[in-house]
Design a protein around this ligand. Structure first.
Ligand code: SAH
Ligand code: SF4
Length: 390
Protein backbone atom coordinates (compact mmCIF):
# COMPACT_ATOMS: atom_id res chain seq x y z
CA UNK A 1 0.00 0.00 0.00
CA UNK A 2 1.13 3.53 -0.69
CA UNK A 3 2.01 5.03 2.71
CA UNK A 4 0.93 8.50 1.58
CA UNK A 5 -2.62 7.20 1.15
CA UNK A 6 -2.57 5.71 4.65
CA UNK A 7 -1.46 9.06 6.05
CA UNK A 8 -4.19 10.98 4.29
CA UNK A 9 -6.94 8.72 5.62
CA UNK A 10 -5.51 8.14 9.09
CA UNK A 11 -7.54 9.51 12.01
CA UNK A 12 -6.65 13.03 13.15
CA UNK A 13 -4.89 13.38 16.51
CA UNK A 14 -7.21 13.53 19.50
CA UNK A 15 -7.88 16.84 21.21
CA UNK A 16 -6.43 16.97 24.72
CA UNK A 17 -9.17 18.31 26.99
CA UNK A 18 -6.81 18.65 29.94
CA UNK A 19 -5.47 21.98 28.71
CA UNK A 20 -8.78 23.68 27.92
CA UNK A 21 -10.21 26.51 29.98
CA UNK A 22 -13.95 26.47 30.56
CA UNK A 23 -14.64 28.89 27.71
CA UNK A 24 -12.39 26.94 25.34
CA UNK A 25 -14.16 23.74 26.30
CA UNK A 26 -17.57 25.35 25.81
CA UNK A 27 -16.50 26.27 22.30
CA UNK A 28 -15.31 22.72 21.77
CA UNK A 29 -18.65 21.22 22.80
CA UNK A 30 -20.59 23.65 20.65
CA UNK A 31 -18.30 22.82 17.71
CA UNK A 32 -19.23 19.13 18.00
CA UNK A 33 -22.95 19.89 18.21
CA UNK A 34 -23.33 19.53 21.99
CA UNK A 35 -24.60 21.84 24.71
CA UNK A 36 -22.27 24.33 26.41
CA UNK A 37 -23.02 23.07 29.93
CA UNK A 38 -21.15 19.84 29.17
CA UNK A 39 -17.94 21.82 29.61
CA UNK A 40 -18.62 22.45 33.30
CA UNK A 41 -19.45 18.78 33.86
CA UNK A 42 -16.37 17.48 32.10
CA UNK A 43 -14.04 20.04 33.68
CA UNK A 44 -15.23 18.94 37.13
CA UNK A 45 -14.52 15.30 36.33
CA UNK A 46 -11.07 16.09 35.02
CA UNK A 47 -9.81 18.62 37.54
CA UNK A 48 -11.81 18.08 40.73
CA UNK A 49 -12.05 14.33 40.57
CA UNK A 50 -8.81 13.56 38.75
CA UNK A 51 -10.50 11.43 36.11
CA UNK A 52 -8.66 10.68 32.86
CA UNK A 53 -11.13 8.49 31.01
CA UNK A 54 -14.58 9.26 29.75
CA UNK A 55 -16.14 6.01 31.00
CA UNK A 56 -16.05 7.26 34.57
CA UNK A 57 -18.12 10.36 33.76
CA UNK A 58 -21.40 8.96 35.00
CA UNK A 59 -23.51 12.09 34.45
CA UNK A 60 -22.55 12.19 30.78
CA UNK A 61 -24.64 10.00 28.44
CA UNK A 62 -23.06 6.82 27.13
CA UNK A 63 -23.42 8.04 23.56
CA UNK A 64 -21.54 11.25 24.29
CA UNK A 65 -18.87 9.40 26.25
CA UNK A 66 -18.12 7.13 23.31
CA UNK A 67 -18.19 10.09 20.91
CA UNK A 68 -15.68 11.88 23.14
CA UNK A 69 -13.46 8.83 23.40
CA UNK A 70 -13.15 8.83 19.61
CA UNK A 71 -12.12 12.44 19.16
CA UNK A 72 -10.71 13.57 22.48
CA UNK A 73 -8.50 12.46 25.34
CA UNK A 74 -7.34 13.57 28.78
CA UNK A 75 -3.59 13.24 28.58
CA UNK A 76 -1.43 14.44 31.48
CA UNK A 77 2.36 14.68 31.12
CA UNK A 78 4.11 11.36 31.69
CA UNK A 79 5.61 10.93 35.17
CA UNK A 80 9.14 9.58 34.75
CA UNK A 81 10.13 9.85 38.36
CA UNK A 82 8.38 10.55 41.63
CA UNK A 83 9.53 10.69 45.17
CA UNK A 84 7.73 11.32 48.43
CA UNK A 85 9.85 12.70 51.25
CA UNK A 86 9.55 11.97 54.95
CA UNK A 87 8.53 15.56 55.67
CA UNK A 88 5.51 15.26 53.32
CA UNK A 89 7.17 16.92 50.33
CA UNK A 90 6.32 15.23 47.04
CA UNK A 91 8.18 15.64 43.84
CA UNK A 92 7.56 14.60 40.26
CA UNK A 93 9.75 14.73 37.19
CA UNK A 94 7.55 14.90 34.11
CA UNK A 95 8.58 13.99 30.61
CA UNK A 96 7.37 16.64 28.21
CA UNK A 97 8.86 15.52 24.90
CA UNK A 98 11.69 13.29 23.73
CA UNK A 99 14.52 14.61 25.88
CA UNK A 100 12.76 17.22 27.95
CA UNK A 101 11.85 17.05 31.58
CA UNK A 102 10.41 19.46 34.08
CA UNK A 103 9.81 19.14 37.76
CA UNK A 104 6.98 20.00 40.07
CA UNK A 105 7.19 20.00 43.84
CA UNK A 106 4.51 19.89 46.50
CA UNK A 107 5.47 21.43 49.81
CA UNK A 108 3.22 20.90 52.84
CA UNK A 109 3.01 23.40 55.69
CA UNK A 110 1.22 23.72 59.00
CA UNK A 111 -2.55 23.98 58.98
CA UNK A 112 -2.97 21.61 56.05
CA UNK A 113 -1.55 24.01 53.49
CA UNK A 114 -0.13 22.29 50.44
CA UNK A 115 1.77 24.51 48.05
CA UNK A 116 2.61 23.26 44.59
CA UNK A 117 5.58 24.76 42.80
CA UNK A 118 4.81 24.65 39.07
CA UNK A 119 7.14 24.94 36.06
CA UNK A 120 6.32 27.01 32.98
CA UNK A 121 9.17 26.26 30.56
CA UNK A 122 11.76 23.58 29.89
CA UNK A 123 14.94 25.39 30.92
CA UNK A 124 15.11 29.18 30.90
CA UNK A 125 16.73 31.74 28.62
CA UNK A 126 17.44 34.32 31.30
CA UNK A 127 20.55 32.76 32.78
CA UNK A 128 20.51 34.13 36.32
CA UNK A 129 23.93 33.37 37.75
CA UNK A 130 22.70 31.40 40.80
CA UNK A 131 20.03 29.29 39.07
CA UNK A 132 20.53 25.74 37.86
CA UNK A 133 17.55 25.99 35.46
CA UNK A 134 19.20 29.01 33.85
CA UNK A 135 22.38 26.98 33.36
CA UNK A 136 20.44 24.49 31.21
CA UNK A 137 19.49 27.18 28.71
CA UNK A 138 16.05 27.46 27.13
CA UNK A 139 14.54 24.42 25.44
CA UNK A 140 10.86 25.20 24.96
CA UNK A 141 7.64 26.58 26.38
CA UNK A 142 5.23 24.23 28.12
CA UNK A 143 1.68 23.95 26.77
CA UNK A 144 -1.42 24.77 28.85
CA UNK A 145 -1.97 21.02 29.36
CA UNK A 146 1.62 20.52 30.52
CA UNK A 147 1.31 23.36 33.04
CA UNK A 148 -2.11 22.50 34.47
CA UNK A 149 -1.12 18.83 34.15
CA UNK A 150 1.35 19.38 36.99
CA UNK A 151 -1.50 20.43 39.29
CA UNK A 152 -3.55 17.50 38.01
CA UNK A 153 -0.78 14.97 38.71
CA UNK A 154 -0.15 16.32 42.21
CA UNK A 155 -3.83 16.44 43.09
CA UNK A 156 -4.42 12.96 41.76
CA UNK A 157 -1.61 11.53 43.83
CA UNK A 158 -3.97 11.97 46.79
CA UNK A 159 -6.82 10.18 45.00
CA UNK A 160 -4.88 7.17 43.86
CA UNK A 161 -6.14 4.80 46.49
CA UNK A 162 -9.52 6.43 46.89
CA UNK A 163 -12.20 4.96 44.61
CA UNK A 164 -14.93 7.00 46.20
CA UNK A 165 -15.51 10.20 44.21
CA UNK A 166 -17.58 11.80 46.98
CA UNK A 167 -14.69 11.91 49.38
CA UNK A 168 -12.15 13.24 46.88
CA UNK A 169 -11.19 16.69 48.06
CA UNK A 170 -9.01 19.13 46.22
CA UNK A 171 -5.64 18.57 47.80
CA UNK A 172 -3.60 21.51 46.56
CA UNK A 173 -4.31 24.72 48.47
CA UNK A 174 -1.73 27.06 46.90
CA UNK A 175 0.15 27.27 43.61
CA UNK A 176 3.34 29.20 43.02
CA UNK A 177 4.68 29.57 39.48
CA UNK A 178 8.20 29.22 40.84
CA UNK A 179 9.39 26.04 39.17
CA UNK A 180 11.51 25.95 36.06
CA UNK A 181 11.24 28.76 33.55
CA UNK A 182 10.10 32.38 33.37
CA UNK A 183 6.28 32.34 33.40
CA UNK A 184 5.88 35.78 31.85
CA UNK A 185 7.83 34.62 28.79
CA UNK A 186 5.23 31.89 28.25
CA UNK A 187 2.29 34.18 28.84
CA UNK A 188 -0.19 32.61 26.40
CA UNK A 189 -0.06 29.23 28.10
CA UNK A 190 0.52 30.37 31.69
CA UNK A 191 -2.53 32.68 31.84
CA UNK A 192 -5.11 30.05 30.73
CA UNK A 193 -3.49 27.51 33.07
CA UNK A 194 -3.88 29.98 35.95
CA UNK A 195 -7.50 30.58 34.88
CA UNK A 196 -8.10 26.88 35.46
CA UNK A 197 -6.42 27.10 38.86
CA UNK A 198 -8.87 29.88 39.81
CA UNK A 199 -11.97 28.38 38.15
CA UNK A 200 -14.47 27.03 40.70
CA UNK A 201 -15.31 24.21 38.33
CA UNK A 202 -11.63 23.20 38.22
CA UNK A 203 -9.31 23.88 41.20
CA UNK A 204 -11.18 26.83 42.70
CA UNK A 205 -8.14 28.45 44.32
CA UNK A 206 -8.48 32.02 45.54
CA UNK A 207 -6.47 34.68 43.72
CA UNK A 208 -4.40 35.16 46.87
CA UNK A 209 -3.30 31.55 46.66
CA UNK A 210 -2.03 31.58 43.10
CA UNK A 211 1.29 33.39 42.79
CA UNK A 212 3.25 34.18 39.67
CA UNK A 213 6.96 34.73 40.21
CA UNK A 214 8.92 36.73 37.67
CA UNK A 215 12.48 37.88 37.28
CA UNK A 216 11.01 41.22 36.15
CA UNK A 217 9.72 41.29 32.56
CA UNK A 218 8.27 44.78 33.00
CA UNK A 219 5.87 45.06 30.02
CA UNK A 220 4.44 41.64 30.76
CA UNK A 221 3.73 42.58 34.40
CA UNK A 222 1.47 45.31 33.02
CA UNK A 223 -0.13 42.92 30.56
CA UNK A 224 -0.74 40.39 33.33
CA UNK A 225 -2.68 42.93 35.40
CA UNK A 226 -4.97 43.50 32.42
CA UNK A 227 -6.03 39.88 32.02
CA UNK A 228 -5.98 38.11 35.38
CA UNK A 229 -5.81 38.89 39.10
CA UNK A 230 -3.23 36.75 40.88
CA UNK A 231 -0.54 37.44 43.47
CA UNK A 232 2.76 38.72 42.18
CA UNK A 233 6.24 37.76 43.36
CA UNK A 234 9.36 39.42 42.00
CA UNK A 235 12.79 37.82 42.08
CA UNK A 236 14.77 40.84 43.13
CA UNK A 237 17.93 39.35 44.67
CA UNK A 238 19.88 42.61 44.62
CA UNK A 239 19.13 46.13 45.85
CA UNK A 240 21.13 48.06 43.21
CA UNK A 241 21.43 47.87 39.43
CA UNK A 242 25.12 47.08 39.37
CA UNK A 243 24.75 43.92 41.42
CA UNK A 244 21.43 42.95 39.88
CA UNK A 245 22.87 43.20 36.36
CA UNK A 246 25.32 40.54 37.44
CA UNK A 247 22.88 38.20 39.22
CA UNK A 248 19.73 38.68 37.10
CA UNK A 249 20.94 39.80 33.65
CA UNK A 250 17.44 40.76 32.44
CA UNK A 251 17.93 43.75 34.75
CA UNK A 252 20.03 45.37 32.02
CA UNK A 253 16.88 45.56 29.92
CA UNK A 254 14.44 46.37 32.73
CA UNK A 255 16.37 48.10 35.53
CA UNK A 256 15.19 48.49 39.11
CA UNK A 257 13.53 51.86 38.65
CA UNK A 258 11.28 50.45 35.94
CA UNK A 259 10.69 47.23 37.83
CA UNK A 260 9.62 48.91 41.08
CA UNK A 261 7.34 51.24 39.11
CA UNK A 262 5.74 48.18 37.43
CA UNK A 263 5.15 46.63 40.87
CA UNK A 264 3.40 49.80 42.02
CA UNK A 265 1.24 49.87 38.87
CA UNK A 266 0.34 46.20 39.39
CA UNK A 267 -0.83 46.86 42.94
CA UNK A 268 -2.69 50.02 41.99
CA UNK A 269 -4.89 47.92 39.67
CA UNK A 270 -6.29 46.18 42.72
CA UNK A 271 -7.03 49.22 44.87
CA UNK A 272 -10.45 47.91 45.87
CA UNK A 273 -8.73 45.91 48.58
CA UNK A 274 -7.82 49.07 50.43
CA UNK A 275 -4.15 48.94 49.54
CA UNK A 276 -3.53 45.85 51.64
CA UNK A 277 -2.10 43.89 48.78
CA UNK A 278 1.62 43.45 48.61
CA UNK A 279 4.16 42.19 46.13
CA UNK A 280 6.35 39.38 47.45
CA UNK A 281 10.01 40.21 46.99
CA UNK A 282 12.21 37.13 46.63
CA UNK A 283 15.79 37.56 47.74
CA UNK A 284 18.24 34.67 47.52
CA UNK A 285 20.96 34.77 50.18
CA UNK A 286 24.39 34.49 48.55
CA UNK A 287 27.28 34.51 51.01
CA UNK A 288 29.31 37.71 50.76
CA UNK A 289 27.55 38.79 47.57
CA UNK A 290 24.19 40.40 48.38
CA UNK A 291 23.83 39.72 52.10
CA UNK A 292 25.73 42.57 53.79
CA UNK A 293 24.28 45.27 56.04
CA UNK A 294 24.66 47.82 53.24
CA UNK A 295 22.46 45.65 50.99
CA UNK A 296 19.73 45.50 53.63
CA UNK A 297 19.85 49.30 53.91
CA UNK A 298 19.67 49.75 50.14
CA UNK A 299 16.76 47.32 49.98
CA UNK A 300 14.82 49.30 52.59
CA UNK A 301 15.39 52.44 50.57
CA UNK A 302 14.47 50.81 47.25
CA UNK A 303 11.22 49.33 48.52
CA UNK A 304 9.99 52.28 50.55
CA UNK A 305 7.26 53.11 48.02
CA UNK A 306 6.43 49.54 47.02
CA UNK A 307 3.98 47.77 49.35
CA UNK A 308 5.90 44.55 49.75
CA UNK A 309 6.80 41.63 51.95
CA UNK A 310 10.21 40.08 51.64
CA UNK A 311 11.02 36.40 51.45
CA UNK A 312 14.66 35.52 52.04
CA UNK A 313 15.62 32.32 50.24
CA UNK A 314 18.60 30.34 51.48
CA UNK A 315 20.68 29.60 48.37
CA UNK A 316 20.45 25.99 47.17
CA UNK A 317 23.86 25.01 45.92
CA UNK A 318 24.26 22.90 42.77
CA UNK A 319 27.40 21.53 41.07
CA UNK A 320 29.60 24.30 39.65
CA UNK A 321 27.58 27.01 41.39
CA UNK A 322 29.90 29.95 42.02
CA UNK A 323 28.20 30.81 45.34
CA UNK A 324 27.66 29.58 48.85
CA UNK A 325 24.66 30.16 51.09
CA UNK A 326 24.79 32.89 53.73
CA UNK A 327 25.21 31.39 57.22
CA UNK A 328 21.98 31.14 59.20
CA UNK A 329 23.02 33.70 61.82
CA UNK A 330 23.66 36.28 59.09
CA UNK A 331 20.35 35.55 57.37
CA UNK A 332 18.68 36.19 60.73
CA UNK A 333 20.58 39.46 61.14
CA UNK A 334 19.55 40.55 57.62
CA UNK A 335 15.94 39.67 58.46
CA UNK A 336 16.12 41.65 61.70
CA UNK A 337 17.26 44.78 59.88
CA UNK A 338 14.32 44.55 57.49
CA UNK A 339 11.80 43.76 60.22
CA UNK A 340 13.01 46.71 62.30
CA UNK A 341 12.43 48.92 59.27
CA UNK A 342 8.78 47.79 59.30
CA UNK A 343 8.82 45.10 56.63
CA UNK A 344 7.23 41.69 56.89
CA UNK A 345 10.24 39.52 56.23
CA UNK A 346 10.19 35.72 56.23
CA UNK A 347 12.87 33.13 55.61
CA UNK A 348 11.91 30.31 53.27
CA UNK A 349 12.21 26.96 54.98
CA UNK A 350 14.08 24.48 52.89
CA UNK A 351 11.91 21.41 52.65
CA UNK A 352 12.39 18.10 50.93
CA UNK A 353 16.18 18.24 51.09
CA UNK A 354 16.27 14.47 51.18
CA UNK A 355 14.76 14.33 47.69
CA UNK A 356 16.45 17.37 46.16
CA UNK A 357 13.19 19.24 46.08
CA UNK A 358 15.04 22.52 46.01
CA UNK A 359 14.73 24.56 42.81
CA UNK A 360 15.89 22.88 39.63
CA UNK A 361 17.98 20.26 41.33
CA UNK A 362 16.14 17.05 40.68
CA UNK A 363 15.86 17.30 36.90
CA UNK A 364 19.64 17.60 36.74
CA UNK A 365 20.08 14.48 38.82
CA UNK A 366 17.45 12.45 36.96
CA UNK A 367 18.99 13.51 33.64
CA UNK A 368 22.43 12.47 34.88
CA UNK A 369 21.04 9.15 35.98
CA UNK A 370 19.20 8.68 32.66
CA UNK A 371 22.35 9.51 30.72
CA UNK A 372 24.34 7.14 32.88
CA UNK A 373 21.75 4.41 32.29
CA UNK A 374 21.81 5.10 28.53
CA UNK A 375 25.61 4.95 28.41
CA UNK A 376 25.45 1.72 30.36
CA UNK A 377 22.92 0.25 27.89
CA UNK A 378 25.07 1.30 24.93
CA UNK A 379 28.16 -0.25 26.46
CA UNK A 380 26.21 -3.40 27.24
CA UNK A 381 25.04 -3.62 23.63
CA UNK A 382 28.56 -3.05 22.39
CA UNK A 383 29.76 -5.86 24.62
CA UNK A 384 32.09 -3.50 26.47
CA UNK A 385 30.89 -4.28 29.95
CA UNK A 386 29.96 -7.91 29.75
CA UNK A 387 32.61 -8.83 32.24
CA UNK A 388 31.58 -6.32 34.86
CA UNK A 389 27.98 -7.53 34.65
CA UNK A 390 28.96 -11.13 35.25
N1 SAH B 1 11.75 32.56 36.57
C1 SAH B 1 10.95 32.94 37.66
C2 SAH B 1 10.32 31.79 38.40
C3 SAH B 1 11.16 30.57 38.61
S1 SAH B 1 12.52 30.71 39.68
C4 SAH B 1 11.75 33.80 38.61
O1 SAH B 1 12.95 33.91 38.44
O2 SAH B 1 11.13 34.39 39.48
C5 SAH B 1 11.76 30.64 41.28
C6 SAH B 1 12.59 31.25 42.38
O3 SAH B 1 13.69 30.40 42.74
C7 SAH B 1 13.18 32.57 41.99
O4 SAH B 1 13.04 33.52 43.01
C8 SAH B 1 14.61 32.20 41.78
O5 SAH B 1 15.41 33.32 41.83
C9 SAH B 1 14.85 31.18 42.86
N2 SAH B 1 16.05 30.37 42.67
C10 SAH B 1 16.60 29.96 41.51
N3 SAH B 1 17.74 29.26 41.75
C11 SAH B 1 17.89 29.21 43.08
C12 SAH B 1 18.86 28.61 43.94
N4 SAH B 1 19.89 27.90 43.46
N5 SAH B 1 18.70 28.75 45.27
C13 SAH B 1 17.65 29.43 45.77
N6 SAH B 1 16.71 30.02 45.01
C14 SAH B 1 16.82 29.92 43.68
FE1 SF4 C 1 15.08 31.77 34.73
FE2 SF4 C 1 14.01 32.36 37.12
FE3 SF4 C 1 16.18 30.76 36.93
FE4 SF4 C 1 16.41 33.37 36.39
S1 SF4 C 1 15.85 32.44 38.38
S2 SF4 C 1 17.28 31.69 35.17
S3 SF4 C 1 14.46 33.79 35.43
S4 SF4 C 1 14.15 30.31 36.17
Amino acid sequence: MNPAVTDATSTPPKVNLLGMTRSQMEEFFVSIGEKKFRAAQVIKWIHQLGVDNFDEMSNVSKALRSKLAQIAEIRPPEVTYKEYSNDGTRKWVLKVGENSMVETVLIPAEGGRKTLCVSSQVGCALDCSFCSTGKQGFQRDLSIAEIIGQVWVANRSYFEENQDYDSRERAITNVVMMGMGEPLLNFDAVVPAMELMLDDYAYGLSKRRVTLSTSGIVPMIDKLSEVIDVSLAVSLHAPNDELRNELVPINKKYPLKELTAACRRYLSKFQEEGGRRKVTIEYVMLAGVNDQAIHAKQLIQLLKDVPSKINLIPFNPFPQAPYGCTPRSEILAFQRTLTEAGYICTIRTTRGDDIDAACGQLVGKVQDRTRRAERWQQKLKAGEIVRSVQ
